[in-house]
Design a binder for this molecule. Structure first.
Ligand code: NOJ
Length: 978
């Protein structure tokens, strides 16, 4: 059965019928007017070759540099339309990022210019250290510590470039594809009659009639045809399938080429089901025919390899070479298509075509990936520090049908000793899909049940149009629903509940209303969600928004939002506002607030501040399993690390082998949740037969032993912006062979390297080691030796064997006691796994806090550094040091710590947590003594000889196990191995 047959809007398919991606539901570039125009522009430029010159240029006399040397501004003209004015502004931020903005000035209407205000956390500070100079041909800014960066605005034709040490890194309009379609009134091509004023704009008077005449005359001569083509293509109205887009504002698209000379690979612009290093869509040997598209969409049964848009959009693209990483952040909220071409392996050309919006593009100079992430997250914020429990395992299905059902499932997990932190209730918990309203018959005791089993629920953005439904009634009374194209009344479309309307979260009047609904205690005079608790967390789905009977399964683009903006202007941002407000609502239930968990399907740049995402409705196939890893990696590169895919695949009934592999994939994603479509067979892990059940139980347990590793990685990303999952190019930026590897990755700074197996019947796997370093098999302690030239090793990978390695030089803090939920682990002791490097050293970090409150922003946490260094001739000294004390100024969740007290409240609450075991891998020989420094007593230890870290060979590593060294996690100490 097709999934939305439940709402009765589409034909039913009978069981067994093949389901497939419905390509005809979504536009290709050639079916989208502005994309067609943009691509045609680029085709004409290609054909014209060197005779192609951009019509846009800076008016030299207008160039002005602000008094503090901070801002360049100038008037820009297009030779095609001398009467139209554009304004250009370039600002250099204090971290070296250059922001380029261009807008039409004094036009017939205003272009949407608010995308950045939703994406950015603050207005960036402008550098005081920039010197702009204007010459005959250009105006340039020089800056950087060694004055190594230059931003050059060439006047004619307009071309903006960012250079490092004289080498171009990013170039805007180098190919002359910049085109900001100015606002115009509709003119009938065959007459010279005065045009009808556009609705709502009033008469334009003489001036516009002059323009109209001019346009028609010019049309006859067609002097602009070399640039714009000789036919008007879908400027004022457009039809797709059975929908007509009225386009009252006419054409307003924005085309710009962004090239990365000297950078052969590009990554990012999630979300697409494709390789991490983005394959070409145009030019030489394109992999895809269509450009990558960013238009948040509910794509049924999406393909595992395709440039089509999916549920979220982050217009951030990284470009990488052995010399540097740079990025562009192109802040547009409208439908955007991006062509990528690699004419040589040394440079990349891209072409961005958006339906509306101003040019607002940030050039991130890097030059390292670390710098780029810092620069990007200074703009849009870092990933939120999650509630600790949310890093555990989430069990979900559409649907657990009753309180009894959920309780039974939870009980079965307990009986099997399988850890799980939370159960999710999908849409069927809600009466008639009216979110917040429990189906009383099935869920008679929602508060007790959610308390008993830690159940969380879905809340979608569509509101059933029914006056008995308080959420709808209130929103309707407040006038905060999205409006139809007329701008009057309420837009009505179809979703799960049938006839529905959508809250317009761009309307500030909706904010308090939404926040108040989630309060379990009644708010005077208002209906609120009293049948809930402050422990219920929320899943936001369908927020692209998905509209079953709308164009491209979404809202008509000419719908009207707050401020009179059309849906087309804000489409990609819309879903983020929903999860933003839900995040605020969940936090506001308690005073002081507790960390919310909000899962979202649609997202935009900045969504990382509000929770986690998942990759939507994947299929239970090996291809989807594999591409899911790449998608999660791409999301990490997009600054949104808290990501995962439905374990098991949403559609289909995976065979046990596939399900096991999928658990291995999921356990190594930041967000770990199993989910399944309503038509699938139950597949909770306890239902598996042996040996599958036992293997999955071990995977779940492995995830839980590593929770502190994940949590420490989250802390790092929340401070530095570095992604949690790190592909090869980030770890080894100079190793070309690693640039296209996207099926193995490192976890934070932990030194863990994982290569999930996504092939049926695999018994071994190939893993790429980019350095001359020892890598220890995490489960067997077998030592593999990499090579500085890059080396592929083959490792055992039968179903129970997951290729997981600890890089020599790392120290991992794990909690090895099997528990049923993360909440039971807070006082568990730690095991330290010290993986000695070839040089005999190692280092690692452990970050802990209460995991629920915001007290960590007050400095209530433990942050330790563990190090191992050589001591004496063959000895090793392992130390524990307080990092909170040494680095107090680092911001956590955006809050800088003025001071840090090593005996803070949290430290006291875990004062008794000890290190119960230290395992040292790769020692050169059997020690003669192991002691805590300053104490005479010999510790209890065992040594199994094996390969030393310094030896250039593979084999079982030597293992020293120190039992109960009697040291506490909160203390400074040293263990000396002689
Ligand atoms: C679509 C979501 O992607 C899926 O996860 C969910 O189960 C269904 N909507 C029903 O809510």
């Amino acid at each position: 059965m097709r999934f939305w047959s439940l709402v009765g809007v589409v034909t039913l398919l009978t069981a067994g019928e093949t389901l497939a991606f419905k390509a005809h539901d979504f536009k290709t570039c050639s079916q989208s007017g502005f994309c067609r125009r943009g691509r045609a522009l680029s085709a004409r430029a290609k054909e014209a070759k060197s005779s192609w010159v951009s019509p846009y240029s800076v008016e030299p006399s207008s160039v002005s540099i602000s008094a503090n040397q901070a801002v360049f501004s100038a008037a820009v003209k297009s030779s095609l339309y001398p009467e139209i004015n554009f304004g250009l502004e370039v600002r250099i931020h204090d971290d070296g990022v250059a922001r380029v903005r261009m807008d039409e000035v004094g036009g017939l209407r205003k272009r949407y210019d608010e995308a950045a205000s939703w994406a950015l956390i603050a207005e960036p500070t402008i550098s005081k250290d920039v010197k702009w100079t204007t010459g005959k041909k250009d105006t340039r800014a020089v800056y950087g510590q060694k004055k190594e960066i230059e931003v050059v605005v060439q006047h004619q034709p307009l071309r903006i470039s960012l250079l490092r040490n004289g080498k171009e890194q990013i170039v805007l309009n180098g190919e002359g594809l910049l085109h900001m379609e100015h606002f115009r009134n509709k003119v009938e091509a065959t007459t010279t009659e005065q045009p009808e004023p556009v609705e709502g704009e009033g008469a334009e008077g003489e001036e516009s009639s002059e323009k109209a005449e001019e346009q028609v005359v010019l049309k006859a001569e067609n002097p602009r045809a070399w640039f714009e083509g000789d036919t008007e293509d879908a400027l004022f109205e457009e039809t797709f399938s059975s929908w007509t887009d009225s386009k009252p504002k006419g054409p307003e698209s924005l085309s710009i080429d962004i090239d990365f000379p000297n950078h052969g690979v590009v990554y990012g612009i999630p979300q697409h089901a494709t390789r991490l290093a983005l394959p070409s869509t145009t030019g030489k040997d394109p992999t895809f025919d269509d450009p990558y598209r960013l238009y948040n969409s509910d794509v049924f049964e999406y393909l595992a390899s395709s440039p089509v848009s999916l549920y979220g959009s982050i217009p951030l693209m990284h470009a990488h070479s052995t010399e540097s990483t740079v990025a562009v952040f192109h802040v547009v909220g409208s439908d955007t298509w991006i062509d990528v071409s690699h004419e040589s392996d040394k440079s990349t050309q891209t072409h961005w075509i958006s339906e509306s919006g101003i040019l607002d593009t940030f050039l991130l100079p890097g030059p390292t990936a670390e710098d780029v992430f810092k620069q990007y997250t200074r703009l849009t914020g870092t990933s939120v520090m999650p509630a600790h429990w949310s890093l555990g395992y989430h069990q979900c299905r559409w649907n657990y049908v009753s309180s009894e059902d959920v309780r039974t499932v939870q009980q079965r997990f307990d009986e099997e000793d399988m850890p799980v932190d939370v159960f999710w209730l999908d849409i069927e918990y809600a009466e008639d899909h009216k979110y917040f309203m429990w189906k009383d018959k099935n869920f008679p005791d929602p508060v007790e049940m959610t308390n008993d089993v830690a159940a969380n629920v879905i809340v979608d953005p569509h509101l059933k149009r029914n006056d008995d439904y308080p959420a709808f009634k209130q929103a309707s009374d407040l006038g905060i629903l999205v409006k139809p194209p007329s701008g009057q009344g309420e837009y009505e479309g179809w979703c799960w509940p049938g006839s529905s309307s959508w809250t317009d979260f761009f309307n500030p009047a909706s904010w308090d209303w939404w926040i108040n609904i989630f309060k379990p205690n009644a708010v005077e005079g208002r209906w609120t969600w009293t049948k809930s608790t402050t422990d219920i967390h929320i899943w936001n789905d369908m927020n692209e928004p998905s509209v079953f009977n709308g164009p491209e399964i979404s809202m008509p683009r000419d719908n009207i939002h707050y401020g009179g903006w059309e849906h087309r202007d804000v489409h990609n941002i819309n879903g983020m506002l929903f999860s933003n407000l839900t995040y605020q609502a969940v936090a506001a239930r308690t005073d002081p607030p507790q960390r919310p968990f909000v899962l979202t399907r649609a997202f935009y740049a900045g969504s990382q501040r509000f929770g986690a995402m998942w990759t939507g409705d994947n299929l239970g196939t090996w291809e989807h399993m594999a591409v899911g890893i790449k998608m999660v990696l791409a999301n990490n590169l997009g600054g949104f690390s808290f990501a995962g895919s439905d374990v098991g695949g949403f559609f289909g009934n995976p065979e046990p082998e596939m399900l096991v592999r999928w658990y291995q994939v999921g356990a190594f994603a930041p967000f770990f949740r199993a989910h399944a479509h309503i038509d699938t067979k139950r597949r909770e892990p306890f239902l598996l037969d042996e040996p599958y059940k036992g293997i999955v139980k071990n995977i779940l347990r492995l995830r839980y032993t590593l929770l502190s590793v994940w949590y420490t990685a989250f802390r790092e990303t929340s401070v530095t912006g570095m992604p949690i999952l790190r592909p090869q190019f980030i770890m080894f930026p100079k190793d070309k062979a690693g640039f296209t590897i996207d099926d193995q990755y490192y976890i934070g700074s932990s030194g863990l390297l994982v290569k999930p197996v996504t092939e049926k019947g695999a018994i071994d796997a190939k893993v790429y080691l980019a350095e001359d370093q020892v890598y220890y098999d995490y489960l067997t302690n077998f030592a593999y030796r990499g090579s500085s030239k890059g080396k592929e090793i083959t490792v055992p990978a039968a179903l129970h064997q997951l290729p997981l390695f600890l890089r020599g030089g790392s120290i991992l803090a794990t909690r090895e006691r099997p528990r049923r939920a993360s909440s039971l682990m807070h006082h568990d002791p730690f095991t330290l796994k010290v993986a000695l490097s070839q040089a005999g050293t190692a280092r690692g970090e452990l970050y802990l806090d209460d995991g629920v409150s915001y007290d960590h922003t007050k400095g209530y946490f433990i942050w330790r550094e563990f190090s191992a260094a050589k001591s004496g001739k063959k000895g090793v000294r392992i130390t524990s040091k307080d990092l909170g004390k040494t680095k107090p100024a680092e911001a956590v969740d955006g809050v800088s710590l003025a001071s840090y007290d090593p005996s803070n409240k949290f430290v006291q609450s875990v004062a008794d947590v000890r290190v119960e075991k230290v395992v040292v891998l790769g020692l050169a020989g059997k020690p003669s003594s192991v002691k805590v420094e300053g104490q005479n007593e010999e510790l209890v230890w065992e040594y199994v000889p094996g390969v030393a870290a310094s030896e250039k060979k593979d084999g079982n590593a030597s293992v020293l196990v120190i039992k109960d060294p009697r040291v506490l996690v909160k203390d400074d100490w040293a263990i000396v191995i002689q």
